[in-house]
Structures are given as C-alpha cells and as structure tokens.
Design a protein around this ligand. Sequence first.
Ligand code: NDP
Ligand code: PYC
Length: 338
Amino acid sequence: MTETAGETVRLSLDALRALAVQVLERHGCSAAMAGAVADNMTAAERDGAASHGVFRLKGHVDLLKGGVVNGRAEPVLSRPAPGAVRVDAGLGFAPLALALGLPALAEAAREQGVAALTLTRTVHFAALWPEVEALADQGLVALAFTSSPPNVVPAGGRVPVFGTNPMAFAWPRPDGPPLVWDQASAAMARGEIMLHARDGHTLPEGAGIDAEGRPTTDPKAVLDGGAQLAFGGYKGALVALMVDLLAGPLFGEVTSLECGAAATMGGPQPGGELILALDPVRLGGRSDGAEALLAAIAGQEGARLPGQRRFANRARSLAEGVDLPSVLHAEIEALAAG
Ligand code: NDP
Ligand code: PYC
C-alpha cells in the first residue's frame, strides 16, 4: 500500500496480487490455483473491470468454504481430436485450467487453422477477455463462451432460464494491441448489478424485473427475487440461448438451468467454457480491410473501439497502481486474516 486517500486505498498491482494470493491460500487454494486466480483478478482491477476484480474474493471464499470449488484441483488435459483440446478442471477455478489449455489450443489452431478448447468441471467466476486477448496477442482470432446460474428470463417470460452468459471476441492487429470485446448476453453482468446495489445506484431501464415481473431500476429488487433481462429484447435472449448450448451441451457439460438446479450459493456452479481459436495465416486472412473498418469506427466523433477503455486504464494502473474502496480493502484484509 502506498497511500490512503479519502474513501479509497491505493495499492500497487504487486501488493494487490499478493493480498489476493494470501486470501485464496488462507481459504484452501494451492499456490498454483491462488496465483492463477490472483493474476486474473489483478488484471481485472488493472484494467478497470471492477465487476470481476477483487470484489469477487468474498464469493470465491464462499465457494471454497462451501466445498463447491476444489482449491487444490490439478487440471488434466486431453486431445479428443486433432483440433480439440479438453481440460478437466477438477472442480477448480477456470484461470488455472486456462493456463494449461490455452498453449495447447494455440498450437492446435496453428496446425489445423481452427481449434476448440473445452473446459469441463470448472467454476468460471471471471471476465472472459483475458483468455481471448492472450490468444490474439499470439496472432489468433478467438471467441469464448461460458454460462452461469439462471438469472435471465427468456423474451416475454418471467422465469429465469439463462445465465448472464458472457461471450468474448478478440482480433489481432498488425500494429498495437488487439481488438477485444467481452460482454454478458444479459443487459448487464450480475456483478455490475451487485456493484450498483452496493453503491446505492439505480439501474438503467431494461436491465431487470422485480419479483412480480414488473420492470424495475432497483438493483436490490432484481437481486432479491427478481430477474435479469437479456440485452436487446428477443435477439439478446437468442444469443443467451446460443451461448448456453455452446458452453455446455456441445461437449457434455451443464446448461445454466442444470447449473441452477445444483446451486446452493450465490456464485457460479461448476460447468463448462468453450474457447475457439482461428489462425488467419492458415485461413488466408488479410488485415488491410479489417484495419480500414476499425479506423472508420475509431475515427468517428462519439464512437470508439471496444477495449480502449481497458487499455487506457491499464496504462494508468501500471504507472500509478489502483484505488480500492476502503470498505472493500478492509473486507479483503479480514478475509486474509481468516
Ligand atoms: P460492458 O457492457 O461493460 O462492456 C461490454 C463490452 O462493450 C466491452 O468490451 C466494452 O469495452 C465494450 N464497450 C462498452 N462501451 C462501448 C462503446 N461505447 N463503444 C464500443 N464498445 C464499447 O460488459 P458487461 O457488463 O456485459 O460484462 C462485464 C464483464 O462481466 C465481462 O468481462 C464478462 O466476461 C463478465 N461476465 C462474466 C460472467 C461469467 O459467467 N464468468 C457472466 C457475465 C459477465 P471496454 O472494456 O473498453 O469498455
Ligand atoms: O457478473 O454475471 C456475472 C457473473 C456470473 C458469473 C460470474 N460473473
């Protein structure tokens, strides 16, 4: 820690990571699991992606204490087909399974042109951009999909069937960082709604309904008996359906609905993740048209490319560290103590 200012505490990224490792090891994670999860959370804080930063440590500890997650799991890799890599995460958090699976996926994509990595028996409690960005940094196009306990209703319905079901996409660029987007297929990630509730903010219209099925902007009404809405009406609900099928039944894993049937706690339950990697070199790609398209977006007044906000935050955090709300910092210190 370098300084305390008002309601926030400033930490270097190294200090933040060390604190996260301490919490995770204190609550039963191996050094490898704690390190992989702490790297992921620290990257989220570094990039200003607070909904999946260290605010989620409490949820991780709850899952460890509840026996939902095995903090000492050792992921196991197999190759069911030349273009398919499978990692059984052994009921561990996803970042460690990804650390094992992503290099094999990249190698398979370079060999085959297209390859898939499936994670099974994993708890994905994180953002998805780290996995696709890592692949695009190696020149590959990447997509990722996962599901989570059912909190999102189908279009016109009142009973949640989908998770917030995120998907992420990354596209390598010749000069500079890749294009990356990562979004829930719910109008908002549940983590964002939790942060709105914590901070006393109202939600934008269209994010959720209350327990009676009425539209609401009260985050607590959505979280306590209400439900979330997909983005963009029925079209977003159909994307949520696609993500559910791709991230589970495609390779023998659970749907959000099945995940919910086993749910005993607030956090995600064990399930699957699908990551696709495509090699533009093997597929005959060209970057000039893509670069012209991206320039036509970035060059417009009022428009921007996805990922720009995170990359700007990253540059600042690397130089200055990150500011955590003091209340959150105190909660994490308490978790580290026991
Ligand atoms: P946001 O709506 O905050 O952002 C979605 C994407 O849109 C980002 O890539 C963002 O880029 C981009 N973006 C935002 N504004 C603009 C704009 N004006 N022009 C162009 N691009 C823009 O994300 P969500 O709330 O939907 O999701 C937040 C996180 O939650 C994600 O990382 C997701 O993976 C995670 N999540 C994880 C789940 C899980 O089961 N593990 C479930 C659901 C969500 P930028 O970052 O640069 O702003
Ligand atoms: O923010 O919606 C979310 C979420 C679900 C599982 C992990 N994050």
